[in-house]
Design a protein around this ligand. Structure first.
Ligand SMILES: [Zn+2]
Length: 131
């Protein structure tokens, strides 16, 4: 169990690291390594990942309901995600697909939990209104 969570943390860091690297390369024209700004952002993201108390129940910080990022860091990581999110699949397909699968799984699980919590209310969910 503990190993799984540790793996999760490492995977999250890996994905974030690749996204920041891609962002820096394309947006900041850095070929060899990250610029200071992006290094700082990556260090921050890894730190947040390390101290995240929700690692067991979530797959990724972007899915997390508790937005623990500082406002300015959140804005920066959001820019990175917006840029690198759609592109990462071209550069790191395995990583990206694994992340998409895990994100879907988690969403489904959260939805299921939500449904179970109000199962009496949503008894007739199949009878949807409209067309
Ligand atoms: Zn950069």
């Amino acid at each position: 169990m503990a190993k799984t969570i540790k793996d999760k943390r490492e995977r999250e860091k890996e994905v974030v690291g690749q996204m920041i690297a891609l962002y820096c390369k394309k947006q900041h024209q850095n070929r060899q390594e990250l610029c200071m700004e992006c290094k700082e952002l990556l260090a921050y993201a890894c730190y947040r990942s390390d101290v995240c108390p929700f690692m067991e129940t979530k797959t990724f910080c972007s899915n997390c309901k508790v937005h623990c990022y500082q406002a300015n860091m959140r804005e920066r990581i959001r820019q990175v995600m917006r840029f690198a999110g759609p592109r990462i699949i071209l550069y790191h397909p395995v990583l990206a697909i694994r992340h998409i699968v895990e994100t879907r799984k988690e969403k489904r699980r959260l939805e299921k939990e939500g449904r179970e919590n109000e199962s009496t209310k949503n008894d007739k969910e199949s009878h949807k209104k409209g067309a």
